[in-house]
Design a protein around this ligand. Sequence first.
Ligand code: GLU
Length: 494
Amino acid sequence: MTTVRTRIAPSPTGDPHVGTAYIALFNLCFARQHGGQFILRIEDTDQVRSTRESEQQIFDALRWLGIEWDEGPDVGGPYGPYRQSERSELYQRYARQLVEQGDAFYCFCTPEELDQMRAEQMARGETPRYDGRGLQLSAEEVARRLAAGEPHVIRMKVPSEGVCVVQDMLRGEVEIPWDRMDMQVLIKTDGLPTYFLANVVDDHLMGITHVLRGEEWLPSAPKLLKLYEYFGWQAPVNCYMPLLRNPDKSKLSKRKNPTSITFYQRMGYLPEAMLNYLGRMGWSMPDEREKFSLAEMIEHFDIQRVSLGGPIFDVEKLSWLNGQWLRELPLERFAAELQKWAFNPDYLMRVAGLAQSRVETFSELAPLAGMFFMGGVHPEARLFEHKKLSPEQVRQALQLILWKLEALRQWNKEGITAVIQAVAEFLGCKLRDLMPLIFPAISGQASSVSVLDAMEVLGADLSRFRLRQAIELLGGVSKKENKEWEKLLPHIGS
Ligand code: GLU
């Protein structure tokens, strides 16, 4: 019997998402339950958006939660490399094989040509899709244009009619019509593969037997299955996990809920409780108990007990469960965890560095630096009254800063300052005009230790969270404002 092998395949393009941990957890439990292996693969073929920092954050966040992998970019293994950017030649080779077999073809369309094609289709009331024009080119023409070095992509052929039957462990057979599938690009103009090709090639070469992934991938499943067929490979068993949702049932998004694992770490949730809560997403123990450890989850795991009604990620419920965990910890462990959280030497060193020049006694530390040990800081609204800016401008300034900080790649004082500076310039004022808004938002008080330094120490998650809370306190941002202000973003420098 083949060994069960599952994997999590995150794209390192942002903060480590709770959805990644949720899918990782279920893949881990499934593998362990069958005595199999669990692999971590980095899908970083999007050169523009992928970063090594984000990759490292994913490793750290998953490990913090207690999720360990048997093979991966950082631990090695017999099927490496486990980072797709290090496997590009492989994908090239497999794409060429498909072209030779007649299952894929070169396409030399420019972006303008594709735009025009889509515009014409829409004008005729058709669904925009690639019309297969690359297939009309003769072999000689293709060879000539390739030799001339013309930019090109490789696309896969897809049937134009009929249905594809997708086997899903949870839903059984799902029928998806082929006419919904586009002739998917497999190799982009930069020579790198798209998700579809790289995912299939890697899952096959890495011996993955079962793929548990988010249900957002179900609609495109036929393209993956077709690729397995073209290559003559057996597709893994598929399981499409229900998506996490906000309490209002919409898809979990950072606009409504913090979605970064590191946020929950900084807020002082216990990793075991967090993992326990993720295990409760669409799944339950046979005896319905709420509190259980990873080992208990693995022991009782049964994928068929995943229910398809969208699981709700509710921070209040998570906090309740976290409270259960904290209260039941032996006191020594509780103290040790607390120390690990924010009373560890590294963090204390950074806080001390900001506080030392401002205190006469140690006992002044708590009022001065309490904000480093808090989640929300609950400032009073009157602290945001501004000499020059109207209340609307205040909200706008905070929102613009928040958005810009959400996009900031390197979280450090220079970057943070540059963002606030750029927003100030855009609004026709100075950095020092905006600082009186940042102070209360971040520290909860009118003054504190240097707030730009404090933001660096607090980290991206807590800083953004506090800015978001300040905006809410001041009445939030209406849908209309949201739309209008978002349009301003490209005009703000930095
Ligand atoms: N890289 C994809 C993602 O980020 C992987 C999806 C899959 O599991 O196939 O979600």
